[in-house]
Design a protein around this ligand. Structure first.
Ligand SMILES: [Zn+2]
Length: 347
């Protein structure tokens, strides 16, 4: 079974080099063999653009362009050149889906003509945690001696193990919450929003409308789902990738809030779902993702209630109904372990 899946993966990856749009928008693995930057037409005046494995969007109106996630300095530099060449209007808005630098960088290329908007929780996320901030719940599980920081020994076998000495800026042998945050942001520039919204916002420009929806905590606590009502398209960036399991362990995702967030997306009116990675999908993909998350939480919770250890739960919660999903093999154990840790940290 595993060999068949690997072969399928290789076939699809090789397909990236073919010239059909459907295949060329795939984005597996390291990004090797993928195009660096491309623009794909979605519908009407709405497009998505590629930065290797990342995708942002833009909507063209008679009075200007609305960009969602400029993504990186490199991609934004390239995109600005393309927009100047293809369209006769400036970029008037930059919408951020969330604060993570791999989607919310590169805005400086559009700062002279555009207003920037994002969810109000982005403000604190862009500033980073205070020096004495408590560890996030999941990282706190690694803090065996409960001193509010992660020592090198405690970091062994966790996401913090690599480059420990460099991340430990004050050289005290422990990583504080701020040092853990800073190790991801070396050399990164992010233009903050001019406007912060809380529950819902609407942008109108040149007779066209874009809606910003806050659906609660999921992959981050500052996530916006962007809806283009006339085009019947939504953009869900990292938090909902069609045909790929959610990565519940990334950035210490919020559960079970994530499930409620998926239920809210299911209620939105749209035909096409455009993600920040991989290919676009439909509402059927939202339903599948919601079912995956329900099953995952239910099965891991049942294991905890039975008194099983983390290893025992990882061995027995196989999520076999979802073995057709992209990266099922490599994400299954991590998702089960991550869900166990997150649920235990809130019990
Ligand atoms: Zn993210």
């Amino acid at each position: 079974m595993r060999i068949v899946k690997l072969l399928l993966l290789l076939t699809l990856t090789a397909g990236c080099e073919s010239d059909t749009v459907a295949q060329s928008q795939q984005g597996f693995g390291s990004g090797e063999g993928l195009p660096r930057n491309e623009i794909y037409h979605v519908t009407g005046d709405l497009y998505r653009f590629r930065d290797v494995r990342h995708f942002g969007m833009f909507l063209v109106t008679s009075e200007g362009i609305i960009i969602v996630d400029p993504t990186s300095e490199q991609a934004a530099t390239w995109l600005k050149g393309e927009l100047d060449e293809r369209f006769d209007v400036p970029v008037r808005w930059v919408i951020y889906s969330h604060s993570h630098y791999d989607h919310a960088s590169g805005g400086e290329l559009f700062a002279d003509t555009a207003k920037f908007i994002g969810h109000e929780n982005m403000r604190a996320r862009l500033a980073g945690p205070a020096a004495d901030a408590p560890l996030p719940p999941r990282d706190a599980l690694w803090d065996a001696d409960n001193d509010g920081a992660i020592s090198e020994a405690e970091a062994q076998g966790t996401a913090l193990a690599g480059n420990f000495a460099r991340a430990d800026q004050n050289g005290d042998g422990r990583l504080s919450t701020r040092e853990i945050w800073a190790r991801q942001h070396v050399g990164i520039r992010q233009v903050p929003p001019d406007i912060y919204y809380s529950d819902q916002a609407t942008i109108t420009l040149g007779g066209k409308t874009v809606e910003l929806h806050y659906t609660g905590r999921n992959h981050s606590d500052d996530m916006t789902v962007i809806r283009f009502p006339d085009e019947r398209v939504i953009y869900t960036v990292d938090f909902l990738t069609p045909k790929r399991p959610p990565r519940t362990t990334l950035y210490g995702g919020y559960m079970p809030d994530w499930l409620d967030s998926l239920r809210q997306v299911e209620q939105l009116d749209f035909d096409i779902l455009s993600p920040g990675h991989e290919l676009p999908g439909t509402k059927a993909d939202v339903i599948e993702q919601r079912q995956y998350m329900e099953d995952l939480i239910e099965r891991v919770s049942a294991g905890i209630d039975q008194g099983l250890s983390k290893d025992e739960i990882v061995e027995t919660v196989l999520m076999e109904d979802y073995d057709h999903l992209i990266e099922y093999d490599i994400s299954r154990a991590g998702n089960v372990a991550g869900t166990y840790e997150i649920l235990m940290s809130t019990r």
